[in-house]
Design a protein around this ligand. Sequence first.
Ligand code: MLT
Length: 306
Amino acid sequence: KLNLKLSTSGTNLGVDAITAQYFADAVKEASGGKIKIRVYPNCQLAGGSMPKSIELLIVGGNYELAVFSGSVLGNIDARFLTHSVPFIFSSYAEAIAKMDSTGGEYYTNLMKEKGLVYLAGIHNGLRQLTNNKKEIRTPEDLKGLKIRVPSGEVYMKTLREFGADPIAMNWSEVFTALQQGTIDGHENGYQTIDSAKIYEVQKFITEWNWSYDGYWLMANSKDWSKFSEKTQKLLLEKAKEAEVYGRQYLENAEKEIKKDFIENRGVTITELTPDELAAFKKAVKPVQEYFIEKFGEDAASAWGLK
Ligand code: MLT
């Protein structure tokens, strides 16, 4: 009999918590109720802190499992944000192709070094820009806007290069900061935006797919090694099922969410023309080169950075 805890950083409506719950239910059923996993959203076991959440998973003794994004993992090693370098992926199929081959292998090894076991990878999403001031179509439009980002150099450096004033903040604090106007905007995938009801406090979204973010289902290595072979096999098998479910869930949800934002939530969604997008890509070319150099050849080739 096992009672396990699983931490997630998004809200209870985020694809991370939804996939984690699917995993927990599948494990419970397959083990005849012997393995129970309880899901804790909002980094609540770490007081809402994203950096603390990943530290606690690694230290052990707090929770055995987690589903965390690159924006959380990036706090322990910047290379966990290789997949988020601007404009590497423009579709989920492209991201999956790397995640399920060289990119996934690279992160599996990096996680092993940190005391983590890679179980599955799903989408957090292609990240879009929200703000409450105006429609953003050019890097100039972003000048001076205070945009919340998760911590991590990929986020800070890129948004600065785009002309914005980036501010690092835990996800759990973002809604209130937007509501109170401490920040003007933020960036995230459609499903994550929806799961925290960000549309209540932001009227503009620019669809620019500037960065891809994933969520990784992981276990603490020490805890993992204590599980029997049979338990490990069952957990891995259900993690892979949850992976298929979570990816599909997000891809389907995005279409519905976009429609809902426009038709029911009064959100203006600006889709950039190829020329407008090219201006953002040009602005961050030096940033891409910087990260290829910084993360090294192994990381760059594993995730297809050019
Ligand atoms: C963020 O913006 O902090 C992330 O996309 C949210 C998350 O990690 O769940």
